[in-house]
Write a protein that binds this ligand. Structure first.
Ligand SMILES: Nc1ncnc2c1ncn2[C@@H]1O[C@H](COP(=O)(O)OP(=O)(O)OP(=O)(O)O)[C@@H](O)[C@H]1O
Ligand SMILES: [Mg+2]
Length: 254
């Protein structure tokens, strides 16, 4: 009796989550579009000021003014980045399905973060299943997801630790990607919230809290699921399970 109850609960949760995501997505897209134009104008004007100030080397306080203008440009760029994330989040493009080499995608993304990781004394351990079959999925979306998880993992570690990436055949119809870290872990009361849009424990100005909700949306649309295990102070492991093909997913659950 226990298993079906758990499944129903999961289904409800997922439905609620996707409705929440849809509503927030629409709202965000609207706001994001409106804010994009004024932001572009502020950026242009600041650049213009910057050029003017560079010509006015004799002007009193020119250096300070230039510092301020640089700040304005940096903060505008940060806003633009947030807007881009929001739009990505809202856009929800339909997956473009093709044969995908999961190990290859993971390795590409790992190489992107590895330099910075090494700098922070973080070791990345690869445990790829060399026999992993190709899956039918969306490569660019998977890249985005993997990068998000790797970024979260290294952020949770800060300095000195290990990120382990495992791939394996989960059963006849699906593959698992496990990304585990020896980072700060997630408090029990936060575990339920981490997939919520805008939930973040990062200090103000550092995170939008959209990473995991974007990943969650993408993986659901690809017919997969994400589970998480975490111990506060010890680390976290996220498991992404993806169907070998959409047909096998339909077959397995329908
Ligand atoms: N590997 C991890 N270890 C510990 N906590 C994590 C991990 N991954 C996610 N979290 C928690 O989940 C929260 C939400 O993650 P999410 O990726 O959605 O947003 P974020 O990383 O805070 O911000 P953003 O992704 O926009 O930079 C994080 O703030 C953190 O509290
Ligand atoms: Mg994140």
């Amino acid at each position: 009796m226990e298993a079906p109850e758990k499944k129903d609960w999961l289904l409800d949760e997922r439905l609620l989550q996707s409705q929440k995501l849809a509503a927030i997505g629409q709202l965000s897209a609207g706001i994001a579009h409106e804010i994009n134009n004024p932001l572009a104008i502020i950026r242009q004007e600041a650049e213009w000021l910057d050029r003017l100030l560079k010509k006015q080397a004799n002007l009193e306080g020119a250096e300070e003014l230039q510092g301020s203008v640089q700040q304005i440009m940096q903060q505008v760029d940060r806003c633009t980045e947030i807007i881009r994330n929001l739009l990505d989040f809202a856009r929800k493009r339909d997956p473009v399905i093709q044969a995908v080499d999961v190990n290859r995608i993971i390795e590409d993304m790992t190489m992107l973060v590895e330099k910075e990781a090494k700098h922070n004394n973080i070791t990345i351990v690869r445990r790829y299943d060399p026999e992993l079959p190709r899956i039918l999925s969306d490569a660019p979306q998977l890249r985005q997801v993997i990068l998000n998880f790797l970024t979260n993992a290294t952020y949770a570690i800060g300095k000195g630790g290990v990120v382990t990436i495992t791939t394996r055949l989960a059963d006849r119809d699906s593959v698992d990607i496990v990304i585990s870290d020896t980072g700060c872990g997630i408090a029990e009361e936060n575990l339920k919230k981490i997939f919520d849009p805008f939930f973040t424990t990062k200090p103000p100005g550092r995170g939008t809290g959209l990473g995991l909700s974007i990943c969650h949306g993408i993986i659901l649309r690809l017919g997969g699921r994400i589970t998480v295990e975490s111990t506060l102070g010890q680390g976290t492991a996220f498991t992404i399970t993806l169907p070998l093909s959409r047909e096998s997913e339909l077959f397995a659950h329908g």
